[in-house]
Design a protein around this ligand. Structure first.
Ligand code: F6P
Length: 541
């Protein structure tokens, strides 16, 4: 048994689960009229309601004891103060420094990183001003109207999620596009929509070596040169967002057009860095800084609130409860806001690349479940697609429901309908519908088959996040809460949430297969299936 599953705090939770298993969340509400007050927290105008979970005061105490046993307070300080907690890559994890609006020094190996962070922000601000004012011109002297961000994973999903989420705040006349897929269809679709004279390409890559991004960027550069017929156009239409000066220069981008960040910023935590330049260009630098401010407020909450009032800590502990004591393999993110269309996709990378690990910090295999499968999409679309399984399937899927009280634009009936759905779903998932209720509804003539089909067990755990409006400030805070939830779970599971070795093997093997696709000769160097697929591809391509 590992250190974790051997802990008295863990064993106590296992025993406690046997008691809780006999209870239904509906009964917990019936027994305690103050349950909502007792199991909800406020942060600014956010109400975080976690009362619809299978928990009691004892559950929370035991979960908090587990967090203390894992020295969570020290671990949080280690992250904020720049300790090299990414031990396999020997790096600090300091996305919090990028949004450190207090400007208090943050040291990595004795050097304060804040002057560099502030300089990078100032460079972004100056650049945005020159693009927005029209001072920055394309090769024919026209102002920029379209931003095309070419990147993948963390160099794509964060900015894409944020710009979509905050569309109502966009600068007039500015459009933003994201190209990530190596499938050429992605780039072509975007190039068809823009003009070379007025488009600015942001090549976003921490390493500036990721195959998809490099290939797409070279194709975009060729497209520009086909139109401009002059190499000097590159300087006016290509900038780089990266940590790697040499690769940027080798690509042909002037280092003065490079927006730098540092190895202590993980790819999936990088939207706060110059990787966020597309956000700043699309929404304006003031809104980008509001995003940073919201995240900074959430950071302070996480760092200083006692654990029992600490939203990301509670989110994480509830996740541990469901994942490790109820064996829920997945967790759904269900925003009731059309503009949060990419929220689940963003945290799919954020969470699964961080906590999809099976060895602990000493390299020992773990004997407990780690990161959940994160999935979801906007409601009410999801309701008409996959909610059936959440309501009546055989799996317990904890869900986060998120909704703004105010829509953008005028108050309208649609918004109340949207919110009534949000509320009704969490109620239905919790309450269910008993056989007696179904019989009362259907009357004496109903068939037993129909009655059985209409019974809902309920008792399905949900968290609700109800906030005033999806503003840049609030979105910053919300993202930071989820980031910290991932951190806390990683600490409880004692895994390194900040490397991603699992995506390397596929990349290496793809490099080996590439030359084998050049001719039509059959290959025999792989396993039977891979050989068969390669050879069939060569035959029908
Ligand atoms: O998928 C692996 C990964 O390394 C991610 O962690 C990262 O966000 C993405 O590739 C892109 O990397 P880069 O920014 O270096 O191009």
């Amino acid at each position: 048994m590992s250190n974790l599953t051997n802990l008295p705090e863990w064993l106590a939770l296992k025993e406690h689960q046997k008691i809780i298993d006999k209870l239904h969340i509906r009964d917990l509400f019936d027994a305690d009229p103050k349950r909502f007050d007792n199991y909800s927290l406020k942060f600014e105008d956010l109400l975080f309601d976690y009362s619809k979970n299978r928990i009691t005061d004892d559950t929370l105490t035991l979960l908090l004891n587990l967090a203390k046993a894992r020295h969570l307070d020290t671990q949080i300080e280690d992250m904020f103060t720049g300790k090299r907690i990414n031990i396999t890559e020997n790096r600090a994890v300091l996305h919090t420094a990028l949004r450190n609006r207090s400007n208090d020094p943050v040291y990595v190996d004795g050097v304060d990183v804040m002057p560099e962070v502030n300089q990078a922000l100032q460079k972004m601000r100056d650049f945005c001003a020159s693009v927005h004012s029209g001072e920055w011109k394309g090769y024919t002297g026209k102002a920029i109207t379209d931003i095309v961000n070419i990147g993948i994973g963390g160099s794509d999903l964060g900015p894409k999620m944020v710009t979509k989420a905050l569309t109502p705040y966009a600068i007039e006349g500015m459009s933003v596009h994201y190209v990530s897929n190596i499938d050429r269809a992605d780039l072509i679709e975007t190039l068809d929509k823009v003009s070379p004279e007025t488009t600015l390409f942001l090549v976003a890559s921490k390493t500036f070596s990721t195959q998809e991004t490099m290939v797409n960027s070279k194709a975009a550069r060729d497209w520009l040169l086909e139109h401009a017929k002059n190499k000097t156009a590159i300087t006016k239409h290509f900038v780089a967002l990266s940590t790697h000066v040499k690769n940027v220069t080798d690509f042909g981008i002037d280092p003065r057009n490079m927006f730098e960040f540092w190895d202590w910023v993980g790819g999936r935590y990088s939207l706060w860095s110059s990787i966020g330049l597309s956000i700043a260009l699309y929404l304006g630098m003031d809104n980008f800084e509001k995003l940073l401010e919201g995240a900074h407020e959430a950071d302070k909450h996480f760092r200083h609130e006692p654990f029992e009032k600490n939203i990301p800590v509670i989110m994480a502990l509830l996740g541990i409860w469901h994942n490790n004591f109820y064996y829920s393999d997945s967790h759904a993110l269900l925003p009731y806001d059309h503009n949060l269309a990419y929220f689940a996709a963003y945290f799919q990378q954020g969470d699964m690349e961080s906590n999809g690990k099976s060895v602990d910090m000493k390299g020992q295999p773990v004997d407990y479940s780690t990161g959940p499968i994160i999935w979801g999409q906007t409601g009410t679309n999801g309701q008409h697609a996959f909610y059936q399984l959440i309501h009546q399937g055989t799996k317990v899927i904890p869900c986060d429901f998120l909704a703004p009280a105010q829509s953008h634009g005028d108050r309208n009936e649609s918004h109340d309908i949207l919110i009534s759905n949000f509320l009704a779903q969490t109620e239905a998932l919790m309450r269910g519908k008993t056989e007696a209720e179904v019989r009362a509804d259907l009357g004496d003539d109903a068939s037993e088959l129909l009655i059985a089909a209409k019974v809902f067990s309920g008792d399905k755990p949900t968290n609700s996040f109800l906030f005033k409006k999806l503003s840049p400030h609030f979105l910053g805070a919300l993202i930071a809460f989820y980031e910290h939830k991932i951190f806390v779970q990683g600490k409880i599971w004692n895994i390194n949430s900040y490397d991603q070795m699992g995506v390397e093997l596929g990349k290496v093997l793809a490099q080996a297969i590439m030359p084998e696709l050049k001719d039509s000769q059959p290959v025999h160097t792989h396993d039977g299936s891979t050989n068969g697929l390669i050879n069939y591809y060569k035959k029908i391509r």
